[in-house]
Design a protein around this ligand. Structure first.
Ligand code: SAM
Length: 335
């Protein structure tokens, strides 16, 4: 007869790696028999027990393999739901993986540079979401290294942080730390070191990218890698003062509502770049991936070089003044 005690010892023996199908069925029977408790389906139980998918030996088909970087853990991609349990990839996952790999391609040389100089790298990903970037970087770059490098993920949504922390534990990715906080409140989080080598923010919503910039400046980041999301704040201020500035021909650039939004978004990134330059950074702006993959496609990479600051700071203030955005001078502060 199946006893609950036998099942429980099997579960413990599985050492948190997930129970076998046989144990599951026995547990299901025992619960039903002794307590009239029903566990609906095996798939549901897999969801409940954590986020690591059941280990399968199914390899992705060659078409999918071609898109996966050599050395990348297939089990990780399955756990991140980039690959299905059958090793397939849908269009959304394909787009996400392509985006993350593209970003990794930009970040890798920066990591090499930092590690060559300092022996290890401290990286923070802001608005980490499901932490695709952090996990994929860790798997490709950090896992094989025996140093004190660490990846921090800052994310406002508690359930995403809990899932990421659980997955990192299950994978044995010990040098990943997840902090559940809005970035603006995370500057002094005790888990974080006083300085950071690389700060990334991939599509952190609205003004979270601006908070990420403040965070990176506060942590004296050597590199800042940003793929901004749409920011509504600048467009709102342009809209508010539109009537007052209609006499000015330049206002035509943002008179129509669609243009207000688009110009607002564009000028936000221009101001961000000037702000970074006004803090001594050299800034490069490029495409993240082709437009067919994402509408939010701008990539800003800043490298601290201690460059002269006066001219970009002056330019930034002139633009704020010219466009009636002076109330945002704290947002784009240059000191
Ligand atoms: C569009 S998702 C991008 C997630 C991830 N970077 C990626 O590219 O897959 C934006 C994430 O930023 C988080 N977020 C938004 N505002 C934030 C803030 N102020 N501080 C921390 N996280 C924030 C959201 O909860 C969300 O998970």
């Amino acid at each position: 007869m199946t006893s609950l005690a036998t099942c429980a010892s099997d579960v413990v023996a599985s050492n948190n790696k997930g129970i076998t199908q046989q144990t599951f069925v026995r547990l299901q029977r025992a619960l039903r028999k002794h307590y009239a408790v029903k566990i609906p389906t095996l798939a549901h139980s897999a969801k409940l027990r954590g986020i690591m998918p059941r280990q399968t030996n199914r390899q992705p088909p060659p078409s999918e393999i071609a898109e996966i970087r050599p050395g990348q853990s297939i089990e990780l991609l399955k756990a991140l739901h980039i690959l299905t349990r059958d090793g397939r990839m849908n269009q959304d996952s394909r787009r996400k993986l392509k985006q993350v790999y593209h970003l990794v391609q930009f970040i890798e040389p920066l990591l090499h540079e930092v590690i060559e100089d300092r022996g290890s790298a401290q990286v923070t990903d802001i608005g980490a979401g499901k932490a695709y970037l952090g996990f994929i970087l860790y798997d490709l770059f950090f896992k094989a290294r025996d140093d004190s490098s660490r990846i921090f993920g800052i994310e406002a949504r508690c359930e995403l942080v809990d899932k990421s922390a659980l997955l990192a534990r299950e994978l044995g990715y010990a040098r990943m730390t997840f902090i559940n906080s809005a970035v603006a409140e995370a500057f002094a989080a005790p888990q974080l070191p006083a300085t950071m080598d690389i700060v990334t923010a991939l599509h952190a919503c609205d003004t979270a990218t601006d908070d990420a910039i403040r965070f990176a400046l506060d942590k004296k980041a050597r590199f800042i890698v940003l793929a901004p999301c749409c920011q509504a704040e600048v467009a709102a201020v342009l809209r508010k003062h539109k009537g007052a500035s209609l006499g000015e021909p330049l206002t035509e650039v943002w008179r129509h509502p669609l243009h207000t939004r688009e110009f607002g978004s564009h000028i936000t990134n221009v101001l961000r770049c000037l702000q970074l330059e006004a803090h001594g950074y050299q800034v490069n702006v490029t495409e993240l991936v082709g437009w067919e993959h994402s509408m939010k496609n701008e990539l800003i990479i800043a490298r601290f070089k201690d460059l002269p600051r006066a001219r970009p700071a002056q330019r930034l203030n002139e633009i704020l003044e010219k466009l009636g955005l002076m109330e945002l001078n704290e947002r784009f502060a240059t000191v």
